[in-house]
Design a protein around this ligand. Structure first.
Ligand code: 9D3
Length: 232
């Protein structure tokens, strides 16, 4: 799978790509992460990518022309046409189902904005889909792009190790995880539930399932409602 990222802070994504599981996946040739500096597509001598908003008000707006030319140029870097995603607070919130859907694309092109906004014509002309990572304010689309890349990469066979198994992940099943314990048996008066030391694996499986269900019911009633609905 190939990820292209358009940003005015390519070094932010480069450092992410060198560390994390993304670097290892690239060395194993399971994925490619390629960043492009949007400023290369600004035509004036100061490489301006923003301007004042029509209609007034505070903040600056990213100009349409550098984005449009950059998307077209980056598209040509590789033969398969990319699915183009704009990271924006106005997008659909990213969830595990969306992550799995995105992993079916051979190539994703992520557009990361900065400043207050991006000229609306960018979304109309060169974007297939708008995605947000949640309802809180960040300074731009770079961290959201990294979140999306990490989540989608984990779906690619071989990117995560067996112990980190993707198919078994509790989110995939719609429940929170059950509690985990390691040595020692007692920590400040709190002991490991005896069932986990019983050696009875059928009993352990039942206990873990019950714990996952009660944790979901108590901590995430929204997920619990959905899970109950799907059990019927
Ligand atoms: C004043 C209105 N704000 C919109 C809710 C302005 C605004 C806030 C944050 C404009 C741009 C940004 C920068 N954020 C992103 O580009 C962004 C983002 C986010 O802030 N939260 C969650 N997901 C995302 S994806 C891109």
């Amino acid at each position: 799978m190939r990820f292209d990222v358009l940003t005015i802070f390519p070094e932010l994504l480069q450092s992410f790509s060198e560390c994390s599981l993304i670097g290892r996946a690239q060395r194993k040739e399971l994925l490619t992460l390629c960043t492009t500096d949007l400023r290369e597509f600004a035509t004036d001598k100061h490489h301006t990518v923003d301007d004042e908003p029509y209609g007034g008000g505070g903040g600056m707006v990213m100009k349409a022309q550098p984005w449009i030319e950059a998307v077209r140029a980056v598209t040509e870097l590789h033969p398969s046409p990319p699915h183009r995603i704009l990271l924006t607070p106005q997008g659909q919130t990213l969830c595990e189902a969306k992550v799995r859907e995105l992993a079916n694309h051979e190539r994703l092109l992520l557009l990361c904005g900065r400043y207050e906004a991006i000229d609306e014509r960018v979304a109309e002309l060169v974007v297939d889909e708008e995605i947000s990572i949640g309802d809180y304010v960040l300074s731009g689309g770079e961290l959201p792009a990294m979140v999306l890349i990490e989540a989608v990469s984990r779906q690619i066979p071989g990117v995560v190790g067996f112990n980190d198994s993707v198919v078994n992940d509790s989110f995939r099943k719609g429940l929170l995880d059950y509690p985990h314990y390691t040595r020692p048996e007692e920590v400040e008066g709190l002991v490991v539930p005896p069932v986990l030391r019983s050696g009875d694996h059928a009993k352990i499986d039942r206990w873990r399932q019950q714990q996952a269900e009660s944790a979901t019911r108590e901590k995430r009633p929204d997920l619990w409602q959905r899970w109950q609905g799907r059990q019927r």
